[in-house]
Design a protein around this ligand. Sequence first.
Ligand code: PMP
Length: 309
Amino acid sequence: MPIQETESIWHNGKLVPWAEATTHVMTHALLYGTCAFEGIRCYDTEHKGPSIFRLKEHIERLFYSARVYHIEMPFTVDEVMAASREVITANKLGSAYIRINANLGYGEVGPYATSGPTDVSVVAFPWGTYLGDDALKEGIRVAVSSWRRSAPGTIPAGVKAAGNYLSSRLITIEAKKNGYVEGIGLAHDGTVSEGAGENLFLVKGGRIITPPHAASILGGITRDAVITLAKDLGYELVEQSIPREMLYAADEVFLTGTAAEVTKVQSVDDIKVGSGNYPITDHLQKTFFGLFTGQTEDKWGWLDPVNQA
Ligand code: PMP
């Protein structure tokens, strides 16, 4: 995915020109993957103008990830939230991707380094669909990866840090090399975990099923939103272990994520999903996108308008 440069980046407390937001080659985060980060979407909503989706939850997850990896945060949650709104307005953006990095900075070598300085940046640039333009409507082809997600007690899968994404890289490269749009990682015990950068759901007999946190997933904020919307719409939703073969028997399969939003899965390992109809996924997708047109009431206060007036 190419980066679209914008004018300015919020870097350690102030806006600087894009080209000046640089870091040293010996930055700890580069050497050891010690970067807690977030990827967030800003939607150019019809009723509230540019609004960041679940900003607070994303920033709280950022602080959680930093805490697990002993990366000290030199700013408060409110300050990083304000910075996120500021980069959208400063760069005159509507629909955008916001990437926040908290890098363990320059100063020490060796994995033990705990002293900062932590280098915090908030970057935003324009963004459309992630998995291809037809992905949302037509669905995508996925394949189960030969790579497993990290087992409990190894690298914490529920934490969003750069080093964790070496696993995602292996899964997605394997899938793309074999002609698929995305790869699905299995958990350490061979049950279904998640996509390289998305959570996974299936529908069977009207019930919506998704793997639990213990299945080496990242607790996605979109996953949580879809669970909440599904329950609100009256669907039965269960979090349970999913054996691989259950994907082949599902009526519907879909992925969720900040990037993927709610994306249908057309086939798994070249086996067509269900009958090709996605009534429940369509309903959830419509309700999810309705949040950004005002058609779905935002009962949960998930939209954070950039203009706070
Ligand atoms: N799993 C992984 C591995 C991810 O990288 C992402 C994207 N952040 C997700 C799930 C979905 O999480 P969210 O809905 O919070 O973007």
